[in-house]
Design a protein around this ligand. Structure first.
Ligand SMILES: Cc1cc2nc3c(=O)[nH]c(=O)nc-3n(C[C@H](O)[C@H](O)[C@H](O)COP(=O)(O)O)c2cc1C
Length: 268
């Protein structure tokens, strides 16, 4: 392919996924195990068209043109996903997170914006940049300005952390990879708030990291998120958790006098 290769890859050797039950957390070092872009596109095409499905774009581990892989992914999946996530924050592909640094991010944003410009006839699905929770506070403003400048619609804050909080108790805490779930909540929510302050309404923010209850979702929203995502809590809570969170969140919004998530996200 011209832009990048986007090939199948095996990911890291197993075991590569670990439960930390005492911490309501998970450590993973999957390494983008996948069957390649063509198979992914076929699956997306075959899905029933209900619900909202986003496509998460990354780069092959051995790619000679990482930015090209994102461009290839965006082109191939255009029209097949409701939104796109540009994942520059997985800790499990060596060097991927350097795409968050100013020069590389600007070039990635420029190439994606140019690609979108060529594809945007009827469809214009939103493009979200997904960042790591391990950024320095000083990087927040730079990322926001580049994201605005290069036409990203918003940010997903955040991916998994390479940090290991001292509070972790489970045996698997020594494993390498990205930590997700409850111990990520405080760090990712603090960063979300910093991004909201820097963005000043110019970007839509999506809160991710340790959401496991209506109270967690509400806290992300009050920190500036217009939507939340969760993954690890489903491991421990099962799919019924979503309905519980929605019910509890609606009650909390009402109790605080908010008429919508948007209102709660933008209120001081
Ligand atoms: C097994 C596993 C695989 C993941 N794979 C990806 C991925 O391919 N792309 C990505 O952007 N985030 C990936 N993540 C990160 C999650 O999407 C999410 O941002 C993170 O786990 C924090 O949310 P949580 O605490 O609700 O799990 C993965 C997380 C887990 C646990």
């Amino acid at each position: 392919m011209r832009d990048g290769h986007a090939l199948p890859q095996a990911g890291n050797p197993r075991p590569r996924l670990f439960r930390l039950p005492e911490d309501r957390a998970v450590i993973n070092r999957m390494g983008f195990n996948n069957l390649g872009l063509e198979v992914f596109a076929t699956h997306l095409r075959a899905r029933s068209r209900s619900g909202v499905v986003g496509a998460n774009l990354g780069a092959n581990k051995d790619s000679a043109d990482r930015i090209g892989d994102y461009v290839t992914g965006l082109r191939r999946l255009w029209g097949l996903a409701d939104y796109f996530t540009v994942n520059v924050s997985s800790p499990n592909t060596p060097g991927l997170r350097t795409l968050q640094t100013a020069e590389a991010l600007d070039e990635l944003g420029r190439r994606l914006d140019e690609t979108r410009g060529g594809l945007r006839a009827k469809l214009d699905p939103p493009l979200f940049l997904k960042v790591a929770p391990d950024l320095d506070d000083a990087e927040v403003e730079t990322i926001v300005e580049i994201a605005v400048q290069r036409g990203f619609d918003g940010l997903i804050v955040s991916n998994t952390t390479v940090d290991r909080p001292a509070s972790l108790r489970s045996k698997a805490r020594i494993e390498a990879g990205g930590l997700s779930g409850a111990p990520l909540f405080a760090r990712s929510t603090r960063l979300l708030k910093l991004f909201a302050e820097a963005a000043q309404g110019r970007l839509v923010l999506i809160g991710a990291g340790g959401v496991g209850s209506g109270a967690d979702a509400f806290a992300k929203i009050r920190a500036g998120a217009r939507a939340v995502q969760l993954y690890t809590a489903l491991v421990y809570g099962g799919p019924g958790l979503i309905a519980d969170i929605k019910r509890d969140l609606a009650a909390r919004l009402r109790a605080e006098g908010f008429r919508s998530v948007e209102e709660a996200a933008s209120a001081k």
